[in-house]
Design a binder for this molecule. Structure first.
Ligand code: TRP
Length: 394
């Protein structure tokens, strides 16, 4: 039975100390130990059974899964089982518009698009401008609105199907979520959200209510269709707490528990951690110009040796090297080519400077194309904006 979830443990929010990492939906610091995280969250690894389903329904194991970027899940097997029985699911993902979008943000969106295309699925995309306004002291409502407009172009540029995608901006369409959110909120007490999200006495009351707003889209289409429908949420693993919370109460409210598929983070260009908007040099933004790309990648941390001689002698360490992880996760580098890069890196044949030049050219090409799509997206915003009257056909 899929519904045997009652004792999935909540994540303990901060594991700094010896573990040296911290993951909350609002900050990820240090090097993340994904195995430990998955264990603590009580999620399942993507295993052979899931891969067999993927082959059955999509004809392949997509490279995001093959490379282990999407690595863990809750109830993905159940989603696929239902799908096999003819019950379709919808996709739900989102973006907190706190600033510019960087390449790390795009990866879960590209995987979401992949799933949309392969399963011909509806997508509900939530933009949590309310969350970012309430969470970030320095941001005004105007700031998050500007980021919303800007980020929407990135979302659209990913290439979602306009007929099957709705972008719901919280402050514009809260009335669609509100009756769900208050039912969710009534079932969750302060001590639970405090433990789950790491809230403190000084957390503002908006943030304390907010989890019920992020949970709502996971059942919105069930509301619209007046029957429980499966929902699959592709998201980075730091968002898991919301769904974990929702899964505890979904059935009591008459819905299915939302299913998830979790990604890792794209490593930062500086040493350790994920690519983060709060340290601009560690991230490549979708609007970066060729000269920014060059500068950032040239200055990036690598797994190389201090001198060329040493590198030729001792070789480098690809596993701690962001340049290598880009080849691995971001670009669909052919498996054979990737193994060649890895070996040349380890043996010292490939020098970091040379490897960086390859990456610079790949990122430049990618962004030239993406930026053109981003420009075009300006004319398509209305096609994607949430419309409460639009009929949802799964
Ligand atoms: N809280 C997320 C962020 O800060 C935004 C978000 C809302 C989201 N709903 C989601 C992310 C669903 C993934 C899936 O980016």
């Amino acid at each position: 039975m899929f519904l045997n979830l009652s004792n999935e443990p909540y994540l303990k929010m901060t594991e700094k100390g010896n573990g040296e990492y911290q993951v909350t939906p609002w900050s990820v610091e240090g090097e993340v130990d994904y195995d430990r995280l998955a264990e603590q969250f009580g999620t399942k690894y993507i295993d052979e059974e899931i891969k067999e389903y993927l082959i059955k329904f999509t004809g392949e194991v997509n490279f995001f899964v093959r490379r282990g970027f999407f690595f863990s899940h809750r109830d993905l097997d159940w989603i696929f089982k239902k799908y096999g029985e003819g019950e379709k699911f919808y996709l739900y993902t989102g973006r907190g518009p706190s600033g510019k979008v960087h390449l790390g943000h795009l990866l879960p969106w590209y995987f979401t698009k992949y799933l949309q295309d392969k399963f011909d699925a509806q997508l509900l995309f939530q933009v949590t401008d309310d969350e970012k306004f309430m969470y970030r002291d320095e941001l005004s409502l105007k700031d998050v609105r500007n980021s919303t407009m800007d980020n929407m172009l990135d979302i659209i540029a990913v290439g979602f199907n306009p007929k099957k995608t709705q972008i719901l901006v919280d402050t514009l369409w809260i009335q669609e979520l509100y009756s769900i959110s208050i039912r969710v909120a009534k079932m969750i007490n302060f001590s639970t959200v405090r433990a789950v999200f790491g809230f403190t006495e000084s957390t503002n009351i908006g943030m304390i209510f907010f989890p019920s707003i992020q949970a709502a889209p996971s059942v919105l289409y069930s509301e619209k269709l007046k029957k429980p429908v499966p929902c699959l949420i592709p998201a980075a693993i730091d968002q898991d707490n919301y769904w974990r919370m929702m899964r505890d109460i979904a059935e009591k409210l008459g819905y299915y528990k939302p299913a998830q598929v979790h990604s890792k983070f794209l490593p930062s260009l500086s040493k350790g951690g994920k690519m983060s908007s709060s340290s601009p040099e560690s991230a490549i933004y979708t609007t970066d110009k060729p000269k920014d790309i060059e500068k950032k990648i040239k200055n990036a941390f690598t797994g190389g040796q201090p001198t060329v001689e040493e590198q030729k002698k001792k070789g480098a360490n690809p596993y701690i090297c962001p340049i290598f992880w880009y080849d691995n996760y971001f670009f669909e580098t052919d498996d054979v080519k990737l193994e060649e890069i890895r070996q040349d890196c380890v043996s010292g044949k490939l020098l970091c400077g040379e490897h960086k030049m390859c990456l610079i050219s790949k990122v430049k090409n990618f962004l030239a194309d993406f930026q053109a799509k981003r420009e075009k997206a300006k004319d398509a915003v209305n096609d994607f904006l949430y419309d409460p009257k639009k009929e949802v056909v799964l």
